[in-house]
Structure formats: C-alpha cells, structure tokens
Design a protein around this ligand. Structure first.
Ligand SMILES: *[C@@H]1O[C@H](CO)[C@@H](O)[C@H](O)[C@H]1NC(C)=O
Ligand SMILES: *[C@@H]1O[C@H](CO)[C@@H](O)[C@H](O)[C@H]1NC(C)=O
Ligand SMILES: *[C@@H]1O[C@H](CO)[C@@H](O)[C@H](O)[C@H]1NC(C)=O
Length: 401
C-alpha cells in the first residue's frame, strides 16, 4: 500500500514537471522564437530584402544585410559575394563562419586567383566540383536542354546553308584574355572559314533582331535559332580552369551544333557523351584543329556521331546524377542559386559545419609571360596575402595593394 502511494506521488511529480516544462517551452516559443534563430549576415552588399526569415526544409535562419548584427549573440555566419569582395573590408577578428559565393571566372576578381584566398573561408561555392556548394553546372539547368530538339536544324539543311555561311561560328566581345584565345582563333581562321559576329576578330554583322539581343540573355530564343544554323561553334572560355564551364559549351549542345571547346582541362567529365565536342587541347596547332573540323564537315556519318545526345542518348552518368540533384545540379529545392546557397549555409549552421576538405577549389593556368594580365595576377597575389595576414594575425589595419 505504501509502495503504491509512493509510486503514485512519483508519477504525479513526473507529470507536473512535464506539464510545467511544456508550458514554459510554449511561452518561449511564443515570445522568444525570433531570438533563437541563427543569424546570417551578407557582409558584401547584395540583392534581396534588408532582413527576412528563411526556411530551408526543416531549418530556419534570419538572413540580414545589417552589419550591426556583429554584436548579436545569435550571429553565426557572414556571407560574401566574391565579385564584390574587398580584402580590406572584412569582419576581423574572424570569429564566425565565413561563406563565399564566387560563381564568376576567376580572372574577374584578382585575389580569387589564389587558392589561399579560398582557404580563409569555411564554406565555398565556386565553379569547382570540389567546393562545398559546387556551381559547375550553373549554366545548365537540366538534362532536357541537351536532349531537346527544338532548335535543331537538319544536317541536310545545315549543309545546304554552307553556300551562304561558314561552317564555323565565333561570337565574342571580350577580346583581351589571359589565355589569348583570339591569337589562337586568328590562326585557326587562316585554315578554315569562320563567321565572326562579335567585336573580336569581327568579319560579319549580326542580322537584324540578333544584334539587339541583351548579352546577358544567354539562352535567348532568337539567338539560339541563329546559332543552330552553324555546324560548328567556337567555345573558348576566357580562363582555363578545372570545372570552369560556361554557356559557351552548353549553348551549341542545346541547339545541336558541335562545340569546338577550349577551357576546363577536365571537360570530358561533364560532356553528355565522349564525342559531344571537339577539344582544342587535343590538337598541337590551330591548323591541325582546322584540318580535323574539315574532315568532320565533309563526312555526314562522322558529323552525326557528335550529335547522339539529340537522339536522347546521354552516356555520362556523372552528369546525369549531378543534374538529378536539382536545377543546375545543385542539391536544393530552392529555385535559384543564391537562395539555395543561403539555405545551404543555414543548414550547415544547424547541423554543424564540417571544415571542408583540402582539395583545391582553384586550378587555373597563369597568363603567358608578357601578357597584359600579369599585373592583375600580381595585384591579386598581394591582396590575397594581405587578407590571409589580417585573418591569421587579427589585424584590422590593412596593407594597400
Ligand atoms: C529545363 O530547363 C529549361 C530552360 O530553362 C526549361 O524551359 C524547361 O522547362 C526545363 N525542363 C524541365 C523538364 O525541367
Ligand atoms: C566517314 O566516317 C565514317 C565513320 O567514321 C567512316 O566509316 C567512313 O569511312 C567515312 N567516309 C569517308 C568517305 O571518309
Ligand atoms: C583582435 O584584435 C582586437 C583589436 O586589437 C582585440 O580587441 C581582440 O581581442 C583580438 N581578438 C583575438 C581573437 O585575438
């Protein structure tokens, strides 16, 4: 009997504790919920609202552009947009997670030409597959774009068009590059006919309706129909870096032309099929490359082997599985890359950031000696060293580069 009362009391106490703590939790939920969310601050000025809650599957974070949060005890991370990053303007001492989103060509921001710059950050989002949040397929939304035939011009029609247009197309307005692509293409043009519509090596004027297409509108419908008439399209990146692949490669694949590609040395990992592109790196000289293009141009059977993706065949399982993760190959249910990145950081905060691997996320070739970009590389070197020094030694006064 006594034992029973005793048990009963214990049970009651237990219930009481449960009810009280439940009520306390509820009160806290009502009044303090805002406070408990991790705060993430965009340090570089950036698009979007000044401040808002973001919900990322099961996690919530407060995302803000307000630097006064530096004193907020819930502040967990700073986000930096690579193209606007200034080495002399950082929240030193570094006491929070730093995450950088740098989707552009490395040659656009000098200090990002050096791996040591990326090593300062806890989370990186770059074009490299080895970054924490890889943006390698940022110009390819889904696989359907590659297999779709909506822009495809029949080979019969393309051959017929050779009476009035060149077999090869070049459209580029960024002519002074560290990789000196125009010098290569100028040599190529001595051995094969190329229609060049951009500012670089120009020899033709765009037809009406194409000239005024916004250059940021990369997959413009009219532009794609225009490109599709060409059998080959020169796709030379402005920098040669592992995994730096842009619309220059994807556009010809989308429309059903054959890309003649110079850029990422590991581009084969991303091609739909081994023979989806002609790779300039496999030819000793521009003349040899031109001879190969002539050969394919003259043989319809051979030419068709480059367009297998247009009959739905995509052998590359790595490409397929990456694109299955989500739009642009990014593992997220967000509809764009920036919100997806913000959510990635929010999730990392909730789950505990694991310091990224030692794999280099930057592997680009340097400009040739005497190239006008050498100075740019040097200033990047100085900036990147100054950044590392200020972070490691907790220095807020900055060297000027
Ligand atoms: C693939 O991306 C294209 C280009 O934005 C879009 O029009 C199309 O609806 C997408 N298709 C699928 C199946 O998601
Ligand atoms: C065209 O290419 C095919 C496939 O490589 C080859 O079998 C054929 O002999 C070639 N034809 C000529 C005329 O060279
Ligand atoms: C960094 O330097 C500042 C200003 O000199 C100092 O207040 C702070 O305690 C230092 N922090 C660390 C982590 O050394």
């Amino acid at each position: 009997m006594l034992g029973y009362v005793y048990k009963f009391k214990i049970k009651n106490v237990f219930l009481l504790v449960l009810v009280v703590s439940g009520a306390l939790y509820f009160v806290q939920f009502l009044f303090l919920s805002e406070v408990r969310h991790p705060v993430i601050v965009w340090w570089t000025p950036f698009m979007g609202d000044h401040e808002r809650m973001i919900t990322c599957s099961k996690y919530t974070c407060l995302l803000s552009k307000d630097r006064t949060h530096v004193n907020n005890k819930n502040l967990q991370a700073f986000l930096f947009y690579g193209s606007l990053f200034k080495y002399e303007d950082t929240p030193i001492p570094k006491s929070r997670i730093w995450a950088v989103f740098h989707e552009e060509s490395p040659r656009n921001v000098a200090l990002f030409l050096y791996q040591r710059t990326y090593d300062v950050f806890d989370i990186t989002a770059t074009f490299s597959r080895y970054s924490d949040f890889p943006l390698t397929l940022q110009y390819l939304e889904n696989l359907t774009m590659i297999t779709d035939n909506r822009y495809l011009v029949s080979l019969y029609e393309k051959n017929r068009l050779l009476d009035s247009i060149a077999p090869v197309l070049y459209v580029q307005s960024d002519c002074d590059t560290p990789v000196e692509r125009d010098a290569y293409i100028a040599e190529l043009m001595k051995h094969i006919q190329v229609d060049s519509f951009g500012a670089c090596l120009n020899n033709k004027h765009f037809p009406k309706g194409i000239a005024d297409v916004n250059s940021m509108d990369l997959y413009n419908d009219k532009l794609l129909h225009f490109i599709a008439k060409y059998k080959f399209v020169l796709a030379f990146e402005n920098a040669i870096c592992d995994d730096y692949i842009t619309e220059k490669l994807w556009r010809p694949l989308v429309v059903g032309s054959v890309p003649v590609y110079l850029g990422s040395p590991s581009v084969e990992d991303w091609l739909p099929n081994p023979s989806s592109a002609i790779l300039a790196k496999n030819f000793a000289t521009p003349e040899e490359l031109a001879n190969y293009i002539h050969k394919i141009n003259a043989n319809d059977t051979l030419y068709e082997t480059f367009l297998e993706h247009k009959s739905g065949k995509v052998e590359n399982n790595f490409l397929k599985s990456t694109l299955r993760k989500g739009r642009f190959g990014v593992d997220s249910d967000q509809d764009d890359l920036i919100p997806a990145f913000e959510c990635f950081v929010c999730q990392q905060i909730h789950e505990g950031v694991t310091k990224r691997g030692s794999k280099s996320v930057y592997d680009c070739i340097e400009p040739k000696e005497g190239n006008s970009w050498e100075y740019f590389w040097q200033s990047g070197d100085c900036q990147s060293r100054a950044l590392v020094d200020s972070v490691v030694n907790n220095k807020s006064e900055r060297v000027s580069c």
